[in-house]
Design a protein around this ligand. Structure first.
Ligand SMILES: Nc1nc2c(ncn2[C@@H]2O[C@H](COP(=O)(O)OP(=O)(O)OP(=O)(O)O)[C@@H](O)[C@H]2O)c(=O)[nH]1
Ligand SMILES: [Zn+2]
Length: 184
């Protein structure tokens, strides 16, 4: 599998008309393969391993928000990066999740191929699954390089997506509280 990816990157370099034998490119297929493995390591991870039991009993039912979690992902259409920030909120239902785990969940899903809408939904559903929360909200803003450095060439447009589950969906005041708290 590893060596496969090296081989395929070598073919890409040939395909764009470059000389795979020239000094600067000799190790590039291997480097690019390692880099791509890293950027897509989310396929190797699972939710339960990542959470590692870091759930703590709590009788609080106040909204928890983790703001400005940066992420780097690859769009499934062009395999070019999209880069952004996630805002994650949930209402605990007897237990809270270790703080770092929310960011780890964002990274796990970000490091797979997808579109931003699916990334947003995957993160929301994972937080709900792990915490059994009364509600989960995820909002993401990102810039897509496939739109910036090629194609329509728009440098300043950002895509904003959100997914509201449970009480964030049913209660307007919960949703408003979240939107107010994540506003800068
Ligand atoms: N909804 C959504 N679209 C995305 C995302 N990432 C990339 N895209 C879009 O996917 C679409 C693919 O369109 P196609 O016409 O098949 O591909 P293309 O010819 O490369 O399109 P252009 O980017 O317009 O040049 C483009 O409009 C991209 O902007 C994403 O996360 N969400
Ligand atoms: Zn794209």
């Amino acid at each position: 599998m590893d060596h496969d990816l090296d081989y395929h990157f070598e073919q890409i370099i040939r395909g764009i008309g470059e000389d795979v034998g020239r000094e600067g490119l000799v190790k590039t297929p291997e480097r690019a393969a390692r880099a791509f493995e890293y950027l897509t390591q989310g396929y190797q991870q699972s939710l339960s391993e990542l959470v590692n039991g870091a759930l703590f009993e709590s009788d609080s039912d106040e909204m928890v928000i983790v703001r400005d979690i940066e992420f780097y992902s690859l769009c499934e259409h062009h395999m070019l990066p999209f880069i952004g920030r996630a805002q994650v909120g949930y209402i605990p239902n007897g237990r809270v999740l270790g703080l770092s785990k929310i960011a780890r969940i964002v990274d796990m899903y970000a490091r797979r191929l997808q579109i931003q809408e699916k990334l947003t939904r995957d993160v929301a559903e994972a937080v709900l699954e792990v915490t059994g929360a009364k509600g989960v909200a995820v909002q993401m803003d990102a810039r897509h390089l496939c739109m910036m450095m090629r194609g329509v060439n728009k440098q300043n447009s950002e895509m904003s997506t959100s997914v509201m589950l449970g009480s964030f969906r049913t209660s307007q005041s919960t949703r408003n509280e979240f939107l107010q708290l994540i506003r800068r």
